[in-house]
Design a protein around this ligand. Structure first.
Ligand code: ADE
Length: 228
């Protein structure tokens, strides 16, 4: 899979993309993340990429020209057209099912903005989907793009090592994950539930399913109602 990121802050991505599952997936060629700086496509000597909104109001808006030119430059680097995604709090809410959908694409083109938002003609002209990582505002689309890259890449076949498992994780079955324990058997007076030490795999599976259900009912009843 190829993931292009168009941003004003390419350096923000280096560290999160270099560790753990993401770092390994890139090293092994499972995903190719290509960072492009929108500012390189600014037209004037000040490298201006934003301007005041028409009609007045606070803040600055990302200008269409540099984003379009950056996009055109990037898009022709691969045959696949790709899904074009604009990170914005106005977008469709990102969740595990959208992550699964994205993980089936050959190419994603993520556009991260700063300032008060994008000139509307960017969305229209690039025919971009708008995606939000949640109902809150962060200072720019970069962290949102990183969240999406992480959630998508770990779903790619071969991205997870033997020791990792996506199939049993929270949300993969529409439920939260069951409680996990490791050594020691007793910690500060708290014991590992006997069932997990019993060696009875059928009973353990049943207990985990029950725990998942109870946890979901208590913490996230919307997930159960939403599934009906
Ligand atoms: N940019 C600012 N806030 C955002 C959010 N919640 N999701 C995606 N992009 C954003």
């Amino acid at each position: 899979m190829r993931i292009d990121v168009l941003t004003l802050f390419t350096e923000m991505f280096e560290s999160p993309l270099s560790y753990s599952i993401l770092g390994r997936a890139r090293e092994r060629g499972i995903v190719d993340v290509v960072l492009s700086n929108i500012r390189d496509f600014a037209k004037d000597s000040y490298k201006k990429v934003d301007d005041k909104p028409y009609g007045g109001g606070p803040g600055m808006v990302m200008m269409p020209g540099p984003v379009f030119d950056c996009f055109e430059h990037v898009q022709k680097q691969a045959d696949e057209k790709g899904r074009v995604i604009l990170l914005t709090p106005q977008g469709r809410r990102f969740d595990e099912s959208l992550a699964e959908e994205f993980s089936r694409a050959k190419r994603l083109i993520l556009i991260a903005g700063r300032y008060e938002g994008f000139d509307e003609r960017i969305r229209i002209g690039l025919d971009a989907e708008q995606v939000s990582i949640g109902d809150y505002v962060i200072s720019g689309g970069e962290l949102a793009a990183m969240v999406i890259i992480d959630a998508v890449v770990r779903l790619l076949p071969e991205a997870l090592g033997d020791e990792d498992s996506a199939a049993e994780e929270s949300f993969s079955q529409g439920l939260l994950e069951y409680p996990q324990y490791t050594r020691p058997e007793e910690f500060q007076g708290m014991k590992v539930p006997d069932i997990l030490l019993s060696g009875n795999h059928a009973k353990i599976a049943e207990w985990r399913k029950q725990q998942s259900l109870e946890r979901t009912k208590k913490q996230r009843p919307d997930l159960i109602n939403g599934n009906q």
